[in-house]
Design a protein around this ligand. Structure first.
Ligand code: HXC
Length: 520
């Protein structure tokens, strides 16, 4: 047997410690994590980052609390794994909460570790991804833990609009712990695994008497379809994390850079004849705007954001000739593409994200107006609709729009109009720019004629026809310059790509100010 010198002994001890730090809260708890159908913090990082690229930071950090015998339970690295690596070859900072250590709860040192990688992400201009699986504030630590959350929230706000921030909900997030994800740009949730709520089912039952399960209250379906808190829903962790990688591929590293272009195999001059006949003859009949988007963008690739929320408007990322674009579009298939409260807020938030990160915005318009009704009025459609006007007017990135059919009333102005500094505004021949639809307009401006007419129905048809022929075509708006050109639908792709190329060096600034006061 060869005897070891002091240097080898020290090295062996350190290697053993390193090995121990990889085991989180121990085999029993790792097995429990797996038996819940969940991956461990490190397995998740293996999926997220390019193979072999992870560099861990602070693996030897331990908590300092002595409360409730906590000094006898210490785990190297405590309840989070932090560091940096590559996603699609690009630098990305990460933290992955380890539920096997004190339920992933946030101690003072866990907060310090997270803040350290957030600071590094800011200093080095790279995205940060948080994999969240935590019982919230470390109960035994009290104020130190709460203050740690405060430090994270503060960094989330300072980083907003500077680097992309993504949260992936892979376990519980209760109480104030939900607010760090809520302050980030995109939230991913896995069905049956991620849960977010301010107060849990037990508190709700004791305060209001209402009985609700964890999943019903704060599961992935509740937050991606009802509250709109989360943007992406997946059935399992693998798919979810792959989609995080996909999303990052569309985004720039920070607000001073443009998204990385890719080589497109789709011909930029490609025509799509199906678009010439996609609009139904009857203007009240729906069609699927997804077909339009997929026909226009590179290789039909459209990554929808908020797919299950406010489906009357579609938002998401695509590429045109290899360059990232943000798409905003009405969906005539759902509530005729009307703008309501949720749709306004959904689109406004997306427009602001694109503007912050140098992503041109393409808007496909077919909007009959804002949704009428007391629930909308009393819910604040005026205030929420104003957010969308604000977002479009404030955006200085290239803004290109295509009017496919209706652009009625205030909704015409909202959707990237020339007045809100839309750069290039195209219409298809089927475009209709008007204060309102023909039926409604005729009822108002010809009320007395219709009242006195013996054959009111015949007369109404005649007047509706007259209104449609004289007002409801795009050539009037085009003759005033509000529409830059009326284009053949099949040529939409090349028109947009050429406009994007023309706008490549667009320079536009806003008046000097601290920040605007968006009507929140
Ligand atoms: C310390 C915690 C903990 C916490 C869980 N654990 N939450 N330790 N602080 N907040 C520990 C448990 O003691 C247990 O330790 C291990 O983590 C796993 O927890 P279980 O309860 O066995 O797991 P499970 O049944 O899956 O339940 C998970 C849970 C539940 C739903 C998260 O643990 C829970 O309700 N925790 C408390 C949640 C909470 O109310 N947090 C405070 C929210 S307020 P062992 O040793 O057995 O493995 C908040 C304020 C933020 O966060 C303020 C910001 C402004």
């Amino acid at each position: 047997m060869t005897s070891q010198g002091p240097t080898e002994q020290k090295r062996d001890e350190l290697l053993q410690l390193r090995e121990k730090s990889l085991q989180g809260g121990g085999t029993r708890r790792i097995e429990a994590q797996h038996s819940r159908g969940k991956l461990t913090a490190r397995e998740r990082l293996d999926l997220l980052l390019d193979p072999g690229s992870f560099e861990e930071l602070d693996p030897f950090v331990i908590h300092r609390s002595t409360n409730f015998g906590l000094d006898k339970q210490q785990y190297l690295g405590d309840a989070v794994v932090t560091g940096y690596g590559k996603v699609n070859g690009r630098l990305t900072f990460v933290y992955s909460q380890d539920f096997t250590v004190f339920g992933g709860s946030l101690s003072e040192v866990v907060a310090n570790k997270i803040c350290k990688v957030m600071d590094m992400a800011m200093e080095n201009g790279a995205p940060i991804v948080g994999l969240i699986d935590s019982g919230g504030a470390r109960i035994q630590e009290g104020i130190d833990s709460l203050a740690g959350y405060g430090d994270i929230f503060n960094r989330n706000v300072l980083a907003s609009g500077v680097i992309p921030q993504i949260s992936v909900m892979l376990g519980p997030a209760a109480g104030g712990a939900t607010y760090s994800p809520a302050l980030t740009d995109f939230i991913f949730m896995v069905k049956g695994v991620g849960q977010m709520y301010i107060t849990g089912p037990d508190v709700i039952k004791s305060v209001t008497g209402e009985e609700v399960s964890h999943e019903q209250l704060g599961g992935a379906e509740a937050h991606t379809a009802k509250s709109g808190v989360a943007h992406f829903l997946d059935d399992n962790e693998n798919n979810c994390i792959l989609r995080v990688r996909e999303l990052l591929s569309f985004l720039p590293q920070n607000n001073m850079e443009n998204p990385l272009p890719i080589v497109s195999t789709d011909d930029p001059e490609r025509d799509d004849e199906s678009l010439n006949t996609i609009i139904p003859d009857n203007s009240n009949h729906p069609y699927n705007m997804l077909d339009v988007i997929e026909a226009v963008v590179d290789s039909k690739n459209f990554m929808q954001v908020h797919q299950n929320f406010a489906g009357n408007v579609l938002v998401g990322f695509s590429r045109m000739n290899g360059n990232t674009v943000g798409i905003v579009a009405q969906q005539p298939n759902q509530f005729a593409g009307v703008l309501d409260i949720d749709a306004s807020v959904k689109a406004a938030r997306f427009v602001r994200f694109c503007d912050a990160f140098n992503i041109p915005i393409i808007t496909f318009i077919d909007v009959p107006g804002f949704l009428p009704g007391t629930s909308q009025e009393h819910g604040g459609i005026i205030r929420h609709g104003a957010k969308l006007i604000f977002a479009y007017a404030e955006a200085t990135v290239p803004k290109i729009s295509v009017l496919t059919r209706k652009a009625y009333g205030g909704a015409y102005i909202v959707m990237s109009s020339k007045s809100l500094r839309g750069d290039v505004n195209y219409s298809w021949p089927t475009g209709q720019v008007a204060v309102m639809g023909a039926e409604g307009a005729v009822n108002i401006i010809h009320r007395s004629i219709l009242k006195d007419s013996e054959d009111a129905e015949e007369k109404r048809k005649e007047l509706v026809n007259e209104y449609e022929n004289s007002l409801m075509n795009p050539y009037i708006a085009a003759s005033r310059g509000y529409i830059d050109d009326v284009i053949e639908p099949s040529k939409t792709r090349r028109k947009i790509i050429r406009a994007l190329q023309m706008l490549e060096n667009k320079r536009e600034t806003l008046p000097p100010k601290k920040h605007g006061s968006i009507p929140l």
